[in-house]
Design a binder for this molecule. Structure first.
Ligand code: 5GP
Ligand code: ZN
Length: 113
């Protein structure tokens, strides 16, 4: 198995975890782009957002609910935070295990780069 996020799920690669349940894991990004940069992933390997199938919509809800809880826990809610899902090469997806970025602790610009 070569997927680095699957290795974080099975514990063979370390990560600074901030949230975990049966279906979802959240951990700090190793190369943070903001004072707070956390990744929320499904434990199940889904390569990218556009691979979600119609039977997995409940899992999307769980991922985003976990993101909300993490943002609250890390006190990002009042000032605001950004959620990002890079999907595919043009969007700069580099790890092909679906993840939602939670970025906070600074102001962001729009449109994104
Ligand atoms: P993408 O560009 O695919 O949307 O984001 C992948 C993210 O995963 C990047 O922000 C990168 O820093 C992060 N990342 C890559 N490898 C590791 C790792 O081994 N551990 C952690 N915690 N984050 C990683
Ligand atoms: Zn994986």
């Amino acid at each position: 198995m070569s997927c680095i996020f699957c290795k974080i799920v099975d514990g063979s690669l370390p990560a600074r975890k901030v949230y975990e349940d049966d279906d979802v894991l959240a951990f700090h990004d190793v190369n943070p782009q903001a004072p707070v940069h956390v990744l929320v992933i499904p434990k199940q390997h889904i390569a990218k957002f556009s691979d979600f199938n119609e039977h997995e919509h409940e899992l999307i809800g769980k991922i985003f609910y976990a993101a909300k809880k993490v943002a609250e826990e890390l006190q990002l809610t009042e000032d605001g935070f950004r959620l990002v899902v890079n999907n595919g090469a043009n969007a700069h997806q580099t790890v092909f295990h679906l993840h939602v970025h939670i970025l906070g602790g600074r102001k962001f610009t729009w449109p994104p780069g």
